[in-house]
Design a protein. Structure first.
Length: 236
C-alpha cells in the first residue's frame, strides 16, 4: 500500500509563509502539486511518460477546509493519496497534520488528462492507464459545487508574467490563488486567515495574456473569476 501514498514531514520555511507567518495558500497548493507529481512518477505516468504520448496532466478543481493554518518554523506532515479515477477524472486527496496527529487541512484536487497540442480534455472512453489498487479507504471523488458569483463585483485587469508560467506553457495553478490574495490588502489578511478554498480551473491563461479579474470581497468571502478561465472562492 505504501506506493499509494506520498508523505512529507516538513518545517515551514520563510518561502512557505505570508507576511503574518502563516502558511501561504499558494504554498499549500504547491505541496499538493509536488505530491501528485511524485505519485504519478512512481506509477510510471509522470510528466515524461505522458509527454511521449502527447498528453499532459491538468488540474480541474481544488478544494480544501482549514482548521488552522500552520505558522513559520512549525513542523507539519503533508500526506497525499489517489482515489479511484472515474469518467476521466482522477482525485488526489491530501491532509496537513501536526506531528502529533492534529488535523490542520483536509482537501482534494481533481485532475484530468489533456491533449498536449489542443489542451482539450481527452475522452475517458479510451483507457490510458489504471490507478494502482486497492484504493485507500475513505477516498471517494468529492462533489465540488460550482463557485457562484455575487451580485456586485469589481473589475481589475491582470497580465500573466514570465515568472508565473509553468512547464505546460500557461499560468501555473498556484498563481491563480496568489492573484486572488493580491486583491485584499495586508490589514485584511492579518484579520482574516483562510478557512476554505475552492478553485475551478476552466481554461488556461497564456503567457503575456491580459484578463479581467471579476471579484468581490467582504468579511466572510473573497470571490474571484477571470473571463471564464477560472472561478474561485476563499472564505474566512
Amino acid at each position: 500500500m505504501e506506493e499509494l501514498y506520498y508523505e512529507r514531514p516538513h518545517t515551514l520555511l520563510m518561502r512557505d509563509c505570508d507576511r503574518f507567518r502563516r502558511l501561504r495558500p499558494s504554498a499549500l497548493l504547491t505541496m499538493t502539486q509536488d505530491g501528485s507529481e511524485y505519485l504519478t512518477e512512481r506509477w510510471g505516468v509522470g510528466l515524461g511518460a505522458m509527454l511521449r504520448q502527447n498528453i499532459i496532466w491538468v488540474v480541474a478543481k481544488t478544494a480544501c477546509a482549514v482548521t488552522r493554518l500552520p505558522e513559520h518554523e512549525e513542523p507539519i506532515v503533508f500526506r497525499e493519496w489517489a482515489g479511484r479515477g472515474r469518467s476521466g477524472i482522477f482525485p488526489f486527496h491530501f491532509t496537513l497534520d501536526t506531528p502529533s496527529g492534529d488535523r490542520l487541512v483536509t482537501g482534494c484536487s481533481l485532475w484530468v488528462l489533456s491533449d498536449l497540442e489542443s489542451h482539450s480534455m481527452l475522452s475517458p472512453r479510451i483507457p490510458r492507464f489504471t490507478m494502482p489498487t486497492p484504493e485507500p479507504p475513505g477516498a471517494p471523488i468529492p462533489r465540488m459545487k460550482p463557485v457562484r458569483a455575487p451580485e456586485a463585483c469589481r473589475y481589475t485587469p491582470r497580465r500573466v508574467r514570465w515568472s508565473e508560467t509553468d512547464i505546460n506553457g500557461h499560468l501555473t495553478n498556484t498563481r491563480y490563488v496568489d492573484w486572488m490574495c493580491d486583491l485584499a490588502d495586508a490589514e485584511f489578511h492579518r484579520a482574516h486567515p483562510m478557512k476554505t478554498l475552492r478553485v475551478d480551473y476552466r481554461g488556461e491563461i497564456r503567457p503575456d495574456e491580459e484578463v479581467t479579474l471579476t471579484w468581490a470581497l467582504d468579511d466572510a468571502r473573497l470571490y474571484c473569476a477571470a473571463d471564464g478561465r477560472f472561478s474561485a472562492e476563499m472564505t474566512f
